[in-house]
Design a protein around this ligand. Structure first.
Ligand code: UDP
Ligand code: MG
Length: 139
């Protein structure tokens, strides 16, 4: 059963390159409503924990370094079929493979610096949202 919420981060490259407003506008334009939102910077420990599933992958060290390199925007989004529809909106992990019109096709620099995160399952959406937001910050 699909839930209606997903979790996203606009990654450091998106903030650095001043794409924050355009990406948020695309997200709202695609029918998502924002239930929680903050500008924050991940600590080394937070980034390692968030991406712990990738700890054995060769890109893990670089990923943690990049994700802690500057501020991110974290958000919880609501829409019918949120997880799947958001993955469609952001496009493939590697922008070279991402469909035309997707956020990563438009704004990602590379497979590593790929502008945006989107949860890959309902279970992870709930865990990732709770990792970044207290109950009082979610509307
Ligand atoms: N990543 C990378 N190199 C790779 C695969 C992934 O640097 O070969 C980074 C990239 O920033 C990606 C993140 O690790 O978004 C998490 O990888 P995942 O496979 O979960 O991709 P996603 O779910 O973000 O599309
Ligand atoms: Mg993933």
């Amino acid at each position: 059963m699909a839930t209606n919420r997903t979790f996203t981060m606009l990654k450091p490259d998106a903030i650095e390159n001043d794409h924050m407003g355009k990406i948020i506008d695309m997200i709202i334009g695609a029918g998502f409503s924002i239930k929680a939102l903050k500008l924050t910077q991940l600590t080394d420990a937070q980034a390692k924990e968030f991406y712990a599933v990738h700890a054995e992958r060769p890109f893990y060290g670089e990923l943690v370094e990049y994700m802690t390199s500057g501020p991110i925007v974290a958000a919880i989004l609501e829409k019918d079929n949120a997880v799947e529809d958001f993955r469609t909106l952001i496009g493939a992990t590697n922008p070279a493979d991402a469909a035309e019109g997707t956020i990563r096709k438009l704004y990602a620099e590379s497979i590593g610096r790929n502008a945006v995160h989107g949860s890959d399952s309902d279970e992870n959406a709930a865990l990732e949202g709770a990792f970044h937001f207290s109950a009082a910050e979610v509307f």
